[in-house]
Design a protein around this ligand. Structure first.
Ligand code: APR
Ligand code: PHB
Length: 391
């Protein structure tokens, strides 16, 4: 087999890259380790920045998102004695945010790829990347017991946190930066009417978050021990703990419903540099992980794909490689800003095991400053809505 771009990973990054390249007549093959059913069962974040929304609309992926997603003006933060701050992205950036689940977006992407007749090879085992420093790289994998080979011009490593692409960059070239946090998030999806606003809570019992997927589907999280298991959290305990972490009037408006999914996410910040090695380009979780606070993970995968698809399509239409050369630095500027925001929000909103009363006073003082300063709110809203893509 031969293709222009071999894309490793059929998550949002890999599928969106394949979709946009196709719009520019650049062919690709996607290799995914799991079955399609498995990929479509994964539940992840669900908040899209205006830049992500625009890119999805501009590339013909907006129809169901515009019908089923919910635009909202901003998100609320509550703490202390019922104090409240609205991160008003509409007021400060002129644009709304959108709640739309990553699971739904992944379905839309598979549907679009199927309509275009594109090649997505699932259950591709033992993917390996070869000759990345030559201009004739190739990829091998096993499918149904037979070894297959794809010759290509470029490899796009979109295979997430545990993929093979990042590991194909020699350790002598790779630099990694990491912070792990001493807690996780227990996430619950419930058939219940959500709160009107996405609401983040800083509480003595730990962080909590109320979000949504639709008018009848709520998404909730509570900060938990990183080693706990969903089985340790029967539904009753979860609802009780969730409500205990919000001010009484907010808790009173939380509707309890049937729990349809429960899972634990560890919290971690991680960046691997550079995002390029010869003919290999990394995008999305393959290169960086952010803690979910602020919902930047999916949006970063989308902005990486915007830069990488632009660079590759320019290369094929004009033979210019300037955007390919600048891809790692350009993508990483946006990545580091989002890493910083999600690290800062994580520190601001959670309780840490060895916190002193001083640490918590600092958080409350910062939250109070945010609530009282339009300058501080404008800065937070600008970052929460996401920095613009560079020209
Ligand atoms: N070979 C082929 N495919 C692989 C391999 C491999 N060796 N390793 C992993 N994969 C696949 C995974 O099964 C997964 O479907 O790569 C895909 C990567 O998808 P994601 O993990 O969803 O990563 P990405 O597409 O970058 O999307 C980022 O995911 O974790 C969230 O917060 C993150 O929302 C963000 C989004
Ligand atoms: C979600 O809806 O899953 C969500 C919302 C906001 C966040 C993180 C996750 O900051």
């Amino acid at each position: 087999m031969r293709t222009k771009v071999a894309i490793i990973g059929g998550g949002p990054a890999g599928l969106l890259l394949s979709h946009i390249l196709d719009l520019h007549q650049v062919g690709s093959i996607v290799l995914e380790r799991r079955s399609r059913a498995y990929v479509l069962r994964r539940i992840r974040a669900g908040v899209l920045e205006p830049h992500s929304v625009r890119l999805l609309r501009d590339t013909g992926l907006g129809e169901r998102m515009d019908r089923d997603g919910q635009e909202h003006d901003g998100s609320a933060v509550v703490w202390g004695d019922n104090q409240r701050l609205l991160v008003d992205t509409r007021r400060f950036t002129g644009q709304p945010m959108m709640t739309y689940g990553q699971t739904a977006l992944t379905e839309d992407l598979y549907a679009a790829r199927d309509r275009a007749g594109s090649q997505i090879i699932d259950e591709a085992d033992k993917v390996q990347l070869h000759d990345l420093l030559s201009d004739r790289p190739f990829v091998t994998y096993e499918k149904d017991g037979a070894t297959q080979r794809i010759a290509c011009d470029f490899v796009a490593g979109c295979d997430g946190q545990h993929g093979v692409s990042r590991e194909s960059i020699p350790p002598s070239v790779r630099r990694t930066y990491e912070r792990s946090y001493p807690f996780g998030w227990l996430g619950v999806m419930a058939l219940a009417q959500p709160l009107p606003d996405i609401t983040y809570a800083n509480h003595a019992r730990g962080f909590a978050l109320a979000s949504r997927r639709s008018a009848t589907l709520s998404r909730y999280y509570v900060q938990c021990d990183p080693d706990t298991k969903p089985e340790n959290w029967p539904d009753d305990l979860f609802w009780q703990e969730l409500k205990a972490r919000f001010p009484a009037d907010v808790a009173a408006r939380i509707t309890i419903g049937q729990v349809v999914e429960k899972s634990i996410t560890p919290l971690r910040s991680f960046v691997a540099e550079p995002m390029r090695y010869g003919r290999l380009f990394l995008a999305g979780d393959a290169a960086h992980i952010v803690p979910p606070t602020g919902a930047k993970g999916l949006n970063l995968a989308i902005s990486d794909v915007f830069y990488l698809s632009r660079a590759l399509s320019r290369f094929y239409s004009t033979a210019r490689s300037d955007y390919l050369e600048s891809y790692p630095a350009m993508a990483l500027r946006r990545v580091w800003n989002a890493v910083r925001l999600s690290w800062w929000l994580t520190n601001l909103l959670h309780r840490f095991p060895h916190d002193t009363p001083f640490d918590q006073r600092m958080r409350e003082t910062e939250l109070g400053y945010l609530a009282g300063s339009t300058h501080a709110q404008a800065s937070l809203a600008e970052q929460y809505a996401g920095l613009p893509f560079e020209p």
